[in-house]
Every structure is written in C-alpha cells, then in structure tokens.
Design a protein around this ligand. Structure first.
Ligand SMILES: [Zn+2]
Ligand SMILES: [Zn+2]
Length: 272
C-alpha cells in the first residue's frame, strides 16, 4: 500500500506501538513514537487531567499535535475511553479509536472498536473479604491496579502488579480503595480492543472508492423498504445498502443480500 510512509508516527504512550506494529508489518511500515511529546496533556485515565471532549475528537487533536511536534504531514494516534453503554447504562463499555491523518492527501480515516469485555472495577477496604476474588476476576498481575487512600482520595500508586507491594500499601493505608489501571500497557483486555480498532482502520484503508481510489469507501446509509412476504405492503426494514465516497461523492446502491422480503411479524399491517 503506497498510502503509508515508513516510519509512520504514532502519537501515543504506553507501548501501543508494540501492539499495533504487527498489523502494519505486512505494509512494510515501522511505527515510531514522537520524541518528547506528552500525550497526558490530552487527559489521563486516573482522573488527574479530565478529558475535555469525546475520544474521537481527542484522538484527532492528539494526532495533529504529535504531527506538528515531529514536523510530519502523516501520522496515527490512538485514544480510548470507558463509560456506560449507551443502551445498557449498567454495563461498562470500552471504546477505542485509531486515526490516520495525511495532510498532503487530505485523508482523515478512523478505525473504531467497542467492547463490553472490559477490566474496569473498584474495591474498597470495607469489602476486603472479597479481595481474593476481585484479584482473580481481574487477572491481577497482567492487569495492574491503582491504589488510593479512600479517606483523602489521594492517589498513592499506579501500575501495581505484585501482591507484596499491594499488601505493603494496605498496611500503610488501612482505608484503601483499589481500581483497575486503565492504561493500555497494564490492561490486557483494552489491548485486545486497540488491536481491533487497528484492524478496522486497515480494512477502511483498503476499501477504496472505485472512481477516485481514496480509502474508506463503505456503507454509510440504508434505504428503501422491504415488502412483507404476506401482505406485500412496505415494511420499515431497509432494502438497499448505500456506499458513499466522502471525497468524490461516488455512490453505489446495492440490494441487501440477507433477505428479499420481510417476515409478517415485522410488518406494521400484519402485526400492528
Ligand atoms: Zn471517490
Ligand atoms: Zn404484512
């Protein structure tokens, strides 16, 4: 793929280049981290610097800032967040973004992945009889913990991965609060999702517009109405997939392949 130059800048810390390098290997691209660029200015997970905007916005800002810092017109950046699932607020969702920006070719392509398979948990000293199951459930060791003093709310230590240091801290601060460390290099489930976002980005890079050959030619809209198999009236189910090019507006409209008609159970006339 002539789209990427090597080495390619990845504005990130926490060893994300190690996670993503295998995906870029087949393209002959070496990922590099900008020297002396502090991504923590864009917000951190332990609440020290609140993130001002959503993760998609932040990843773009971070990418452009890293490119400016390293004097590059091409770059990648990665950004993730944890929060309530939009439809099931009692579930925690991890959302990861990876953006590729090329100022010369006017490209801004986003890879994205969400998962409910997360390691995002807390435990306070009042529940200390649950400590062992908490540690087992979050695979303590490969998954690191953050130690806080519950009374003062003070953050005592991040990145704890061994039981001896944990026990030592608990002795010193009997009113403790444990939280899973959400930084990528200390959170194996997050690493999995970052790789998924990387795969999504590369898939989009390879899906070119048939007319102008720019990337990210994909289904952006659903249209038409399938007819009910029983009464033949239109239902609310879509009939066509529309792929649109964001650069030249070229459009392809295809019939959906999975069904030709809709079941009466989804028909407003047969099953009001
Ligand atoms: Zn096009
Ligand atoms: Zn019907």
């Amino acid at each position: 793929m002539e789209m990427f130059r090597s080495p390619l800048l990845l504005s990130s810390k926490h060893h994300k280049e190690v996670l993503l390098q295998p995906l870029f290997e087949p393209y002959g691209v070496q990922l590099i981290i900008p020297d002396g660029f502090d991504t923590d200015a864009f917000g951190t997970f332990c609440g020290a610097i609140p993130r001002a905007e959503g993760a998609k916005h932040t990843v773009k800002e971070k990418c452009l800032a890293g490119m400016a810092h390293a004097n590059q017109n091409q770059g990648l950046a990665s950004e993730g967040s944890f929060g309530a699932h939009p439809s099931f607020p009692f579930l925690t969702m991890n959302e990861e973004w990876l953006v590729f920006i090329d100022l010369k070719q006017d490209l801004e392509i986003y890879g994205h992945s969400t998962t409910l398979e997360v390691c995002y948990a807390q435990l306070g000293y009042q529940e200390k009889e649950q400590l062992q199951s908490f540690l087992d459930n979050c695979s303590f060791g490969s998954q690191a913990l953050i130690f806080k003093d519950r009374k003062s709310g003070e953050l005592i230590k991040k990145g704890i991965q061994d039981l001896a240091s944990l026990k030592q801290l608990m002795k010193k601060h009997p009113e403790w609060q444990l939280e899973t460390d959400l930084r990528a290099h200390l959170n194996p489930l997050r690493q999995k999702n970052i790789i998924a976002a990387g795969r999504d980005l590369l898939k989009r890079m390879e899906s070119r517009c048939p007319k102008c050959k720019k990337p990210d030619f994909s289904v952006t809209q659903y249209s038409g109405k399938l007819l009910c198999s029983w009464c033949q009236k239109p239902t609310d189910s879509f009939a066509f997939l529309e792929s649109n090019c964001a650069y030249c507006n070229y459009q392809i409209i295809e019939k959906r392949m999975d069904k030709e008609v809709e079941e009466p159970q989804y028909c407003n006339h047969c099953n009001p």
